[in-house]
Design a protein around this ligand. Sequence first.
Ligand SMILES: Nc1ncnc2c1ncn2[C@@H]1O[C@H](COP(=O)(O)OP(=O)(O)O)[C@@H](O)[C@H]1O
Ligand SMILES: [Mg+2]
Length: 288
Amino acid sequence: MKKILVTGVGGPAGKNVAALLLERGFSIIGTDMQALTGLKYAFIQVPAAKDPDFSRVIEQIVVQNGIDQIIPTVSEELPVFARMQGNNHPGLSILISPAQAVETSNDKYLTAAALSSHGIPVPRFVLPSQVYSARDIERLVGWPCISKPRVGRGGREVRLHTEPDLREILALNDMYILQEFASGTDYAPNVFAGENGASRVVVLEKTALKNGILGNALSVRRVEDAAVGATAQAAAKALDCRGPLDIDIRKRFDGTPVVLEVNARFGANIRFAPEILEAALQETEMAA
Ligand SMILES: Nc1ncnc2c1ncn2[C@@H]1O[C@H](COP(=O)(O)OP(=O)(O)O)[C@@H](O)[C@H]1O
Ligand SMILES: [Mg+2]
């Protein structure tokens, strides 16, 4: 039986990936930066991804426990794991896209720029340093508009602005991105991007959001939406991803799907799309 290391098992994605693997009879070890107790599998506390010791600690766990595969689920860890790929650990696979795809996905401005250059619809976007007035914003992204950190997660600091917020918007630096507000339904397509640009997708619709009209999904349901599914798969291909993805897509008022962000890992709602995890295990020959 293959042994799988799942990171971030204290978070929603890690917790659900670990539970699905246990149900399928895999032997797993979980890690997290917080101490966790009462788990049904072995657990090791690890430093934060930004700690210079992080990679060394992970490599030690891999060697000491004979790990066959790492499934990273923590956003901050993704660039670190992407760079670790190809380090000399024969037989170890890391379930993550190539480093360039991970770097691009990690930054919402780079993601929007890369997708729009491939003709994939994204909300109109601009950097704060490129606007000087309410009219600039009207012309470039329209009112109301969204501001959010280029590198962020969990809906933190995502704000919807109207014109009276102009001073606040102009004070933002280029660590933020300004975007057109896509006012329609929010989706979380779960994707596994395989070799040769082939991919599987399950479209989940977010039926309630944490902050009412914005934010993480409080609940989801599976839907058949070919346009959302095709947009998610086209985004995966354009960014040259090969691995699990949790993509945020929203519809404009006219119903066009636009890509808000690409998370290069399994998402919190993977329980609603277990065939995406299964496709990943099969392609990487982990399936029992
Ligand atoms: N341009 C946008 N138009 C409409 N809603 C948005 C937009 N950008 C973000 N949101 C809302 O905010 C949530 C969080 O934004 P997102 O880009 O997914 O960042 P993160 O999840 O990394 O914090 C989205 O799921 C969506 O509900
Ligand atoms: Mg998101």
